[in-house]
Design a protein around this ligand. Structure first.
Ligand code: FES
Ligand SMILES: [Fe+2]
Length: 423
């Protein structure tokens, strides 16, 4: 008898049709993870690669990952972007090992096969052999043996790519909500300020849940709570695209209840704590909508953050079912004053592996991952905010609705919807 596909087997585990219960096994099943790499990261999705500002000049390239697949993204001499799998067509060696560079061609170190800026094979040493002996067969066709190319597209300088031959255009994939948000963040030319990287020992989906969960912000993050950066009582909410695959959570400084006074001065929420460097709490207004904190995600691997004046993208790179890396790219705008640039850099200490915020997210994910390992039938609970049909927009922060949105799109893509699933 043929084995039941893992997705078919796990599909029956959903306890409810509205994704308000998530079986813990979904974070741990090795076979499911292999399916995710194929159906999601190599499937009909657009993955975030980098920012165009990282590769401004002809020949600039950077190495990155889509799922677990190494990828080079580059700007060709004609100014267009290209992306290809960073794995030699000959024997599979990594072709580009540096994080960044500038090159007109890419040469594999192993047997020196040479590739053009778009990944096409242009040279094979000893292709005709030596003294008429050896070499490649006459019918060897370099055109058939280049590096595997990805479709690449940029939205306002944010670069995405896909492996899928059949996929909707990037603008349709992002949809109006996410497109408007990217346009908002990238409303003028940006400058890269730096990078941080964090390894988390947990399943990658726990992170995509974490960023969609705005209600943990003022509870888990003692720093945010103490110093009033993110409070569950603030005016805020979340918006999603029609398929609920991306999300934008936002909050303004205003309180929905009566708490503004409480956080007026640095440290007032807790009189034992004072900041030596008050710049972490400063805010130079820069968006007309008054939103001081926005966290958004593009399925499956991108997060955009605006925490006060700290702007960054986060790229999620899964490393097996139990581990992932986060790469933070911190940026500002080209026309920032030196003081504003300094402020952004100071505030970037809130994120990353030693930051006041991301460190705790990493720890929260790891304790969930550890405690749920080996669970065959039990589930986590996502009832905060609403049950049943998933709305495209919620106007409060005490909600886990966007996490249910993530799972509904995940289930559709993985062919794992529960019978009678709500949308
Ligand atoms: S593996 Fe790259 S040239 Fe042989
Ligand atoms: Fe968090």
């Amino acid at each position: 008898m043929p084995a039941i596909p893992i997705t078919e087997e796990l599909r029956t585990l959903w306890p409810r049709k509205d994704y308000s219960r998530v079986p813990f096994r979904f974070y741990h099943d090795e076979r499911l993870y292999r399916e995710e790499l194929e159906r999601i990261f190599r499937g009909p999705t657009w993955s975030y690669l980098c920012l165009e500002a990282e590769i401004p000049k002809p020949g600039d390239f950077r190495t990155t990952l889509v799922g677990e697949t190494p990828v080079v993204v580059t700007r060709k001499d004609d100014g267009d972007l290209a992306a290809f799998v960073n794995r030699c067509a000959h024997r599979g060696a990594i072709v580009r090992r540096e994080a960044f560079g500038n090159a007109r061609e890419h040469i594999c170190v192993y047997h020196r096969w040479c590739y053009a800026q778009d990944g096409s094979l242009t040279g094979v040493p000893f292709r005709r052999g030596v003294a008429g002996k050896g070499g490649m067969p006459d019918d060897f066709d370099p055109k058939e043996n280049g590096l595997q190319k990805l479709k690449v597209h940029s939205m306002r300088g944010v670069v995405f790519a896909t492996f899928a031959a059949e996929v909707e255009p990037l603008a349709d994939y992002l949809g109006p909500v996410m497109t408007a948000h990217i346009e908002r963040l990238m409303h003028k030319p940006i400058r890269i300020l730096g990078y941080q990287r964090q390894t988390v020992f947990g399943n990658w989906k726990l992170y995509m849940e974490n960023v969609r969960d705005s209600y943990h912000g003022g509870l888990l993050h003692e720093f945010q709570n103490t110093f009033g950066i993110s409070r569950v009582t603030q005016v805020g909410g979340a918006r999603m695209d029609a398929k609920h695959r991306h999300h934008v959570t936002y909050s303004s400084a205003a309180e929905a209840g009566d708490g503004t006074q409480l956080h007026k001065d640095a440290g007032v929420a807790n009189d034992r704590l004072r900041l030596a460097d008050g710049r972490l709490l400063e805010y130079v207004p820069e968006f007309a909508d008054g939103q001081q904190l926005t966290i958004s995600s593009v399925f499956p691997n991108a997060v955009f953050q605006q925490i006060r004046n700290c702007l960054a993208t986060r790229q999620l790179r899964p490393r097996g079912v139990d581990e992932f890396d986060l790469v933070f790219t911190i940026y500002g705008y080209v026309d920032d004053t030196p003081q504003l640039q300094e402020l952004r850099l100071a505030q970037s200490n809130m994120i990353g592996p030693a930051g006041y915020i991301s460190m705790e997210d990493g720890e929260a994910i790891e304790i969930v991952h550890r405690a749920t390992k080996g669970e065959a039938t039990t589930s986590g609970l996502l009832e905060m905010g609403s049950l049943g049909e998933i709305p495209d927009e919620i106007r409060f922060r005490t909600s886990e609705v966007s996490i249910r949105g993530f799972w509904s799109y995940y289930a559709a893509l993985m062919d794992m919807k529960p019978d009678g699933a709500i949308r």
